[in-house]
Design a protein around this ligand. Structure first.
Ligand SMILES: Cc1cc2nc3c(=O)[nH]c(=O)nc-3n(C[C@H](O)[C@H](O)[C@H](O)COP(=O)(O)OP(=O)(O)OC[C@H]3O[C@@H](n4cnc5c(N)ncnc54)[C@H](O)[C@@H]3O)c2cc1C
Length: 465
């Protein structure tokens, strides 16, 4: 069959692919968008949005439990039904992407449901159709949950984030394998709704990619919510007897009605036909340059690039891909030369990558942690304060901290952490400082509103020396 000629083919319409495909279609290109599951991907259906709805609900319970501390008394009766209903009705449309498909079509895109696969340079097959892309192919196929090779695990009906988000009736007890951001957010939600949760983490602390101080605060908060946390535990066997799960690690055993595995995610490159364009499929992620190019005529965006598994990374990269592709179209239409100075197409730069773990307290972080900065040979200076020593933290009786990591030679921040009731929001100031390399002297000369949580940044700056 003759391939059909189009301008661009986008394989995978999660947040990254949907943004690229929609914007290119709006710019007047003929764009084919291919999605095998739901347009929008993980974030709206099984990730960011429903999990944050769960967190919002769980945090109202936690606030209500504090009434006796500040304002009298109240009785709290948790009920999961409104949470499940809000996720079904408002977040996911009962896991139906009709609205998203319509949105893409209204932007001028052509949607095809199916699995896309490269079939040689510029060509993509989906179902029984083959497309030849005149200007480019964008791979935005994301990741899927992965499970460690623990004996017996694969034969059990364990949960991934999908079942945890879709749950309509909560289990009485839950084992959570994996103490990263996703695992801890869901742990706290379920614990606050009365589930007896046990976290089992192989590393020596939860939230191991962030500052150790953040791990300490979150561990204490989760324990206060009644969560059991076991770190440094390497599970070696999992069984399910029809009623409950048993997880074994050396002599220890942990049991619960349900098991949630959140130990990481995997890009399935072997499904993409990469060998037909000379790219190795036995890599963890798709390597890209700073314009997100995999090779001539192929771009990648989102989780599949391994640059950071966040929606804001996918949409940031999408903006660069759109600019680069439109620049290529312009040059091919006008015969203009390449843009060697990067004036038209911005280059990807992750030095100020922000990340937020939406536990209570929230953990916001940007740039390098102290140990990452030291590993890079930076002349590191650290300043930190506990939130409780700030006026707002004390008034709120809030746990948290601000930690700043500075490059003493350059006199700028290279990283920052804000843990607290609004840690993700407080982070914005630190993100600007790291992104724009604002001199420490400038940061010290600012006026910080009293009594805000972010005012603790000025105390941390003083602690820097
Ligand atoms: C529980 C949870 C909570 C999260 N919370 C946050 C948060 O608060 N903030 C944040 O920034 N990020 C969060 N994330 C991460 C965020 O969801 C991802 O970073 C984001 O979805 C990545 O977008 P993507 O487009 O790269 O991939 P995805 O969203 O995974 O989309 C990829 C799409 O490609 C499709 N696909 C794959 N292969 C093919 C193929 N061959 N043909 C056709 N289609 C294909 C898939 O079906 C999928 O729809 C969370 C994730 C989880 C799991």
């Amino acid at each position: 069959m003759e391939p059909e000629l189009v301008d661009v083919v986008v394989v995978g319409l999660g947040v990254g692919g949907e943004e690229v495909a929609g914007r290119l279609a709006e710019a007047g290109l003929s764009v084919v968008g291919i999605e095998r599951d739901l347009v929008g991907g993980e974030c709206p259906y099984w990730g960011c949005v429903p999990s944050k709805m769960m967190i919002r609900a769980a945090n109202t319970l936690a606030e209500a439990h504090r009434v006796h501390e500040f304002a009298g008394s109240t009785r709290v009766s948790p009920d999961w039904a409104p949470v499940a209903e809000r996720i079904r009705a408002e977040a996911t449309d009962n896991w139906d992407d009709r609205v998203a498909v319509e949105r893409f079509s209204n932007q001028g895109g052509r949607f095809i449901r199916g699995s896309g696969r490269l079939e040689g340079p510029g060509r993509v097959r989906v179902n029984d159709q083959v497309f030849q892309a005149r200007h480019g192919i964008v791979l935005s196929t994301g990741t899927r949950p992965s499970a460690p090779p623990i004996d017996g695990l694969a034969e059990t009906p364990y949960w991934t984030n999908h079942q945890a988000i879709e749950v309509a009736r909560l289990p009485e007890s839950l084992l959570v394998l994996g103490g990263g951001a996703i695992g801890l957010e869901l742990t706290q939600v379920f614990a606050r709704f009365g589930v007896q949760v046990t976290v089992v983490e192989a590393l020596d602390r939860v939230l191991a990619t962030e500052e150790p101080e953040s791990s300490e605060v979150v561990t204490a908060a989760l324990r206060a919510d009644g969560v059991n946390i076991h770190t440094g535990v390497l599970a070696d066997r999992v069984d399910h007897d029809g009623q409950k799960f048993t997880l074994r690690a050396n002599d220890a055993r942990y049991t619960a009605e349900q098991l949630l595995v959140v130990t990481g995610r995997q890009a399935h490159l072997d499904e993409l036909g990469l060998d037909t364009v000379g790219i190795r499929a036995d890599q963890r992620f798709l390597p890209v340059d700073d314009r997100l190019r995999v090779t001539d005529g192929i771009w990648a965006v989102g989780d599949v690039t391994g640059a950071g598994a966040f929606t804001h990374v996918a949409t940031y990269q999408a903006g660069i891909v759109v600019a680069d592709l439109l620049d290529r179209v312009r040059r091919s239409d006008t015969g203009a030369g390449a843009d060697p100075n990067g004036t038209v197409v911005p280059r990807a730069d992750y030095q100020a990558l922000p990340r937020v773990t939406f536990t209570d307290p929230e953990v916001g972080a940007v740039g390098l942690t102290e140990s990452q900065a030291r590993q890079r040979g930076i002349n590191v200076q650290v300043g930190s304060v506990s939130l409780g020593s700030s006026a707002r933290g004390w008034i709120h009786r809030a746990d948290g901290l601000i930690k700043l990591v500075a490059d003493a030679d350059r006199g700028v921040l290279v990283g920052g952490t804000s843990v607290g009731p609004a840690g993700g929001e407080v982070l914005s100031g630190l993100a600007v400082a790291v992104h724009a390399a604002v001199p420490l002297a400038e940061l010290r000369s600012m006026i910080y509103a009293y009594p805000t949580f972010y005012r603790a940044i000025s105390d941390a700056l003083r602690d820097l020396g």
